[in-house]
Ligand binder design. Structure first.
Ligand code: PG9
Length: 632
């Protein structure tokens, strides 16, 4: 066949516009789909339009709305699969909402993906840190106002609940500062509340290198971003060899990123951080919206927010509408399958239990006039007995105002540990920034799949290192229950003028464990944290540590609800680095550790004091095995 121009035209050998990519391609919607979607651009009070995806059960009338506001791409968040059924289309965590006839809404926050406006990382509330007229409180308000307008969404019943984890949890909490009257219920999950004290960016002033790539990917691009290249596979080498966090940032072009420049100028807990601390803001301005706070007991990203905000609200009398759930989860596992974490297997899918047994009835009550449910004040997984515990009050032990006081557990000679006073002395080790203690066995690659469960890995990898001090009780003959937040109270001296202190509370399994032999001797950290020594007297005004003088380092550790079983031991480990998760302390006082020079990093001999007038201890929230606040 000879292709004459006429034949070529007829048989279409060339695309009519010279392009095989059409201007718009929309696969047809399956006419049998059980839902409809609407993509709308909702105007905010300053005229900026926010891209919003609304997924509505087909034929819905009088349906409640569940809203999530996200920096992580609303179109993608609202689509698990291309499916004609709403239950398959939406994420796993939405299945209960779909079964219960909810309208599901995801929105890009301002400046991200398809939303207009400027993106400011965890945009502070309007005030000294935000001189515009908009924040996430107003954006949530305006969005809800639009959604409950029958002219916009006739299928709704005018009632809205908000839910979301991490950054999305932060947006839920912001909405609570001046809630729209139609916001009837809220579930902030692992919300980012205080980025300096213990969520995401720092823990008590120690900077989390693990998040530095997020900053580049998230603020370097409006839409899908990518992390800067790191070089070799082992992030332990990558970060150690480059020097400080500032050196890494410089190498990665971060001087072009406004948030990095603002952020690295505020290494201490000054107004930049305290002015954003949502637990304090919420406490000053508590809402009446019934709220279930959630966080994982091993949440490797946002371990501070939910429990502190729950406690802050409780301290101002908010009890009847303020509840806490803490499960045996890593960060955001709540929205996935929760039957295991690392080598630990739980009693069923605990994340599904939270969604189906706690969230859905709670949301139904306020959004669908469902049967009244009154959750316990606190629902916290018992990680030693492997089941949920429900409490009429939480915490059960603390320094003041709780049913029980904290019980000191003293560091002793020869690696001993006991509830009785110990003889005076000290244990010394050399902390060398050239050989920091890794947070995971090397090689450590932040993307190697171990980030999610690193907090439950076996601490035996570090026990025995000359720069890790280990203290242990004898084998327990009786069970010990701890329900609350332990407090580390160390007395230590160092030859340096700055330094970090890491304290871990560990459950040591019996060395022989026939029901699961590989668990024999396992060292499970039930609570651990890091504290930057320069902040021992003030978080906002750091000061050099006087070399060779004993100083006190006191800090709260993450909340636990655990039973150490007979046959187990309680162990405390103390060390001065946790790398590359946290940046290295140069151990020489410099004004801003972000910009420490290579020559600033020095070895230091650290001595942990025991007994006498400087009895280093961890005060544990020890309570009776069957406390009266435990609801059966
Ligand atoms: N934990 C993440 C984050 C929140 C806010 C700031 C930086 C990181 C998150 O998972 O969203």
């Amino acid at each position: 066949l000879v292709l004459t121009p006429a034949i070529a035209q007829e048989t279409q050998v060339w695309p009519p516009n010279g392009n095989d990519v059409p201007a718009k391609f929309s696969p047809p919607v399956d006419p049998a789909a059980d839902y409809v979607t609407r993509e709308v651009e909702i105007p905010m009070r300053d005229g900026v339009k926010l891209h919003t995806v609304i997924v509505i059960p087909k034929g819905a009338t009088n349906a409640p709305i569940v809203l999530t506001r996200t920096p992580y791409h609303a179109d993608a968040r609202a689509k698990r699969a291309d499916s004609p059924t709403m239950i398959n289309r939406l994420p796993l965590a939405d299945e209960g909402f779909v079964r219960n006839g909810y309208i599901r809404v995801y929105q890009d926050i301002r400046g991200k993906y398809k939303s207009e406006g400027g993106y400011v990382v965890t945009r502070p509330v309007i005030g000294p840190l935000n001189d515009t007229k908009v924040d996430h409180t107003t954006d949530a308000y305006d969005t809800i106002d639009w959604l409950v307008n029958k002219a916009n969404l006739p299928e709704s019943n005018g009632k809205v609940g908000m839910i979301g984890s991490s950054y999305e949890g932060f947006t839920v909490v912001m909405a609570l500062l001046k809630p729209h009257p139609a916001l009837k219920v809220a579930a902030p999950q692992s919300p980012m509340i205080d980025g300096w004290m213990g969520d995401d960016w720092f823990h008590y002033g120690a900077f989390r290198l693990a998040n530095i790539a997020w900053l580049g990917a998230q603020t370097g691009y409006k839409a899908e971003g990518k992390a800067p290249p790191t070089g070799g596979y082992d992030d332990y080498d990558n970060f150690r060899d480059v020097g400080s966090a500032g050196d890494w940032a410089k190498k990665s072009g971060y001087d072009q990123l406004p948030f990095w420049n603002r952020f690295s100028a505020h290494p201490a807990y000054d107004g930049f951080w305290s002015g954003q601390a949502l637990d304090e803001l919420i406490k000053k301005n508590p809402s009446n919206v019934p709220t279930i706070w959630e966080q994982g007991l091993w949440d490797q990203e946002d371990m501070w927010g939910a429990i502190h905000t729950y406690e802050a609200l409780k301290s101002v009398g908010k009890t009847g509408n303020n509840f806490i759930v803490m499960g045996p989860w890593r960060h955001s596992q709540i929205n996935r399958v929760g039957s295991e974490l690392g080598v630990f297997k739980w009693n069923g899918d605990t994340a599904m239990q939270y969604r189906e047994d706690m969230i859905i009835p709670f949301f139904n009550q306020y959004l669908k006039d469902g049967p009244a449910v009154t959750p316990p004040a606190a629902t916290i997984y018992n990680t030693g007995e492997n089941h949920w515990d429900r409490f009429s009050e939480w915490p059960l032990a603390c320094d003041k105002g709780c049913p029980s006081p904290l019980t000191p557990l003293y560091l002793g000679a020869d690696g001993g540990l006991g509830f009785d006073g110990q003889s005076a002395g000290g244990d010394s080790y050399v902390s060398d920034p050239a050989k920091p203690v890794p947070h995971l066995p090397r090689p450590v690659n932040f993307n190697d799949g171990r980030w999610g469960d690193w907090l439950v890995q076996d601490q035996r990898s570090y026990d025995g290192r000359p720069d890790v001090m280990t203290y242990s009780t004898p084998v327990l003959t009786k069970a010990v229950r701890v329900s609350g937040a332990p407090i580390a109270d160390l007395f230590a001296k160092t030859t340096g003028t700055d330094g970090d202190f890491v304290v871990k509370v560990i459950d040591v399994y019996p060395s022989e464990y026939a029901s699961d032999p590989k668990m024999g001797g396992y060292q499970l950290a039930i609570s651990l944290d890091i504290f930057r020594g320069r902040y021992r007297q003030s978080f906002s005004n750091p000061s050099p540590i006087p070399a060779n003088q004993v100083q006190e380092y006191k800090f709260r550790l993450p909340t636990v609800n655990h039973v150490f079983q007979p046959g187990h031991r309680i162990m405390i480990q103390v060390q001065s680095s946790l790398f590359p998760l946290y940046d290295r302390n140069p151990q020489k006082y410099v004004p801003n550790i972000f910009f420490a020079k290579k020559s600033d990093y020095q070895k230091a001999t650290v001595t942990i004091m025991r007994g006498g007038k400087t009895p280093s201890q961890v005060r544990l929230p020890v309570v009776p095995l069957a406390p009266p606040q435990l609801m059966r």
